[in-house]
Design a protein around this ligand. Sequence first.
Ligand SMILES: N[C@@H](CCC[C@H](N)C(=O)O)C(=O)O
Length: 263
Amino acid sequence: MHFTKMHGLGNDYLYYYGELKNPSSISKRLSDRHFGIGSDGIITISPSTAADFKMRIFNADGSEAMMCGNGIRCVGKYVFDKGYIDQKKLTIETLSGNRELTLGTIGNRVNEVTVNMGKCIVNKPVLLDTSYGKVMVTPVSVGNPHAVAFVESITDAPVDTMGKELEHHPYFKDGVNAEFVQVIDRNTIKMRVWERGSGITMACGTGACASAAAAVRADLCDKEEEIAVCLDGGQLKIKVLSDGTVMMTGPAETICECEVEEQ
Ligand SMILES: N[C@@H](CCC[C@H](N)C(=O)O)C(=O)O
């Protein structure tokens, strides 16, 4: 099997062109950072009847996700750099609907991608019972589920312990991605994430969109303005439009090509 390892701000996945017979077990095996190649999951790319291409996302624990923000930018780079398309505007089918991409290039290689992430649904904040006491989170859907917690200091946020607890909190029937957000100013936030099915990752594209949308709803950031979301792996540019549509711009990079024996 041939995989291309790529990352968006350190959120790394193994990309496969075609359909895999057992994507969940392959994701578990290859994502292992000691006994596999090491990644936050795998992403398959295949032809689509509803869009230019279709992507499927599998977390490191083998669970299938509806959407992946850093992954979809890498899919845009994959299909352009490998010559599957030559246009710089394309659509990708995901389990949460079709998304439109605009590719930015240097020479004949994609370096940056803008994605129309569709409309985020920002729900009313809820107070959850946790082992840390009552914790206020804003549930947001970006096609996949997120819980955004605003914190005073991102460096003190218990991302690993509370993140894991929120992922499995009974309030979220399908589990949740947990974002911890410190607002710096009306155009800048810092965010760290515990991803459902993968644990702490260096960045989460849908999480960055959810956090910016929650900050706008709380009137901590401005809509129609660029919001810099600073993550462990680098920075994403997010814009929340008046109608709720969220635009995301960020890098996509290729790490290496890998050949793996089928088992
Ligand atoms: N890293 C991703 C999100 C991947 C899926 C997520 N863990 C889920 O289960 O919903 C991103 O960049 O958005």
